[in-house]
Design a protein around this ligand. Structure first.
Ligand code: CA
Length: 275
């Protein structure tokens, strides 16, 4: 008769062997299959970007849908503001192309409600050249806007830029940590500015203002936006400070080089652009 301890250990060993062989039986084929797949490159993870279009003009929506499909994106379309908002909130999208004038809920309201809960990138489609729509859209958190009518190539290019920015791929200029507008270059880390390689001497506040304008190149910025971002929310003082500093910058940047980069947008504020 065997000692009880030996019986116990042999039982334990049998159980262990059974579990081990079951594990080998499952694990080895999986491992082999995995190796085979990667060897012959069958296993490719392709992530298709998912875009939602909310646009009530059926023809435009259809055209965008076809073009984006052709570019390899997965596309969903909706022609109504409220319905589109529900879609945006109940599904996972990589981008929303959002028209401003929509039935039941306008684009601005759709964007405002989305921003309460989501960081979904949004490109707004604004009618005519409505500066107020652009400013409002950007204020509400749209990443970009396009004015109708627009060339499809421009929309596709902007989508590519947006996805690149989102995935962390930065432009050459950004990777060298500089901002440019025409011949004007600003190096945030080095606290340097030059115009066509001629150094420009700025005060700290002038530099911060220029940096903010350059970061938002081609965007019409309101005085309030500039004030909040450069002087801070807690700034107590004359709001004319923005106009005063814009004048200082113009004297150092626009005037000496006979090229206007800082533009006044009547009733709004200022915009830095190279044309
Ligand atoms: Ca519309």
């Amino acid at each position: 008769m065997q000692h009880p301890f030996i019986t116990y250990t042999s039982r334990f060993y049998k159980v262990y062997l059974t579990i081990y062989s079951i594990f080998q039986f499952i694990y080895i084929p999986i491992k082999f299959y995995d190796k085979l797949l990667s060897k012959y490159s069958f296993k490719k993870v392709i992530y298709i970007k998912n875009i939602l279009i909310i646009e009530d003009e059926v023809k435009i929506a259809r055209f965008l849908e076809l073009e984006l499909h052709h570019e390899g994106y997965e596309v969903s379309t909706c022609h109504d503001g409220r319905e589109g908002l529900n879609m945006a909130l109940s599904n996972t999208y990589d981008l929303l192309i959002l028209d401003v004038m929509l039935p039941s809920l306008n684009g601005m309201e759709v964007l405002r409600r989305i921003r309460q809960v989501s960081e979904l990138p949004v490109i707004m489609l604004t009618a005519k050249d409505d500066v107020m729509d652009k400013v409002m859209g950007l204020d509400l958190g749209a990443q970009d806007y396009l004015t109708k009518p627009f060339a499809i190539e421009e929309l596709l290019a902007r989508i590519r830029v947006l996805f690149k920015l989102k995935s962390g791929t930065t432009s050459v200029a950004a990777s060298q940590n500089s901002l440019t507008c025409g011949q004007l270059t600003l190096y945030p880390d080095k606290f340097e500015v030059n115009y066509n390689n001629t150094p420009i001497i700025l005060t700290k506040k002038e530099f911060e203002l220029l940096e903010y304008l350059m970061k938002n190149k081609d965007i019409a910025l309101t005085r309030d936006q500039i004030l909040e971002n450069v002087w801070g929310y807690n700034y107590i003082g004359d709001t004319n400070i923005v106009d005063v500093y814009i004048r200082y910058l113009r004297n150092k940047i626009d005037q000496p080089f006979q090229k206007k980069l800082i533009h006044t947008i009547r009733g709004i504020g200022y915009q830095l652009k190279d044309n």
